[in-house]
Design a protein. Sequence first.
Length: 342
Amino acid sequence: MYTIKDVAERAGVSVATVSRYMNGFPHISESARRRIQQAIAELNYRPNIAASGLVTKTTKAIGLMVLTGISEFFSNPFFTQVLNGISHKALSAHYDVLLSTSGSDEIEVLTNWIRGGRVDGIILLRSRLEDPAIDLVVQERFPAVLLGRPAHNQPIDYVDNDNVDAAYQATTHLIRLGHQRVAFMGGGKHLVVTQDRILGYQKALREYDMPIHDAYIRTGHYKKNSGYAVCQELLRLSKPPTAIVASDDIMAIGAMQAAHDAHLRVPDELSIVGFNDLAISSLTIPPLTSMRIHIHELGFKAADLLLKRIAQPSLPQQVAVIRTHLVVRQSTASFISGEIKP
């Protein structure tokens, strides 16, 4: 069995340089990096992670805390795409990813991870208005990255989209098509992303001197059946909306199904915009207009910031804002003189 010393000799570098490469540290020349990679391939070298951890006091693992139910995690492709981005970056640095869909015992799980030395850092998936998970990692001064914006400016690294602007752009798209009755459906009210997108939605209405009706603002869960139920509620109003901004593509697909069951044609009688631009969005009938938020990049960047924090704990707060843009398809159309024109 070959050792790290054999890799160093084959690559013509020091053992310390190989160790830095294996642990994902920066500041290694591209030439040395290529020689190390070639040596590892030629020797078929496999590091002994357990032994390495005893020396470096690291686990070579990061924890992903999913603050949602397990059914929602596996039924909505958003979460699996985020996980794919996180894993992509983590595995390139020889880190494993531990996943917890903890539900009500999240603090217990986090405490075990932190104080039990189970992981070197943690990614929190979703930010809430009141968030004990954020408070815990900040209090423990443990390497952590939040996927979302902290509600109270807590000193934690985070990756997010500009959700206010994204919802503003989605709503503006519908207003410019002539819609006067535009509704919003989002995730839970306790989520920061929901509140930010409501703010963007309201900003667009105010800019165009349109009234804000509380009845047009509904929340639910990022599931198809929730989008279906929320859309039904909106369609039962005395003056139902002619357009909907849905804060999630899966919710939007549920809304499209509700419209179909109510004998309303999309977009002829109801325009719908989704969020996330999942792969399925281009396959719906009609194809769904959606806000692309670059999900894989969100996950990849979250893992990247976490690995930097693990390597350099004294870094100042790291913040990354990932771009968004609207992908216009056939689920939205112009509203003219009481009719919607495709």
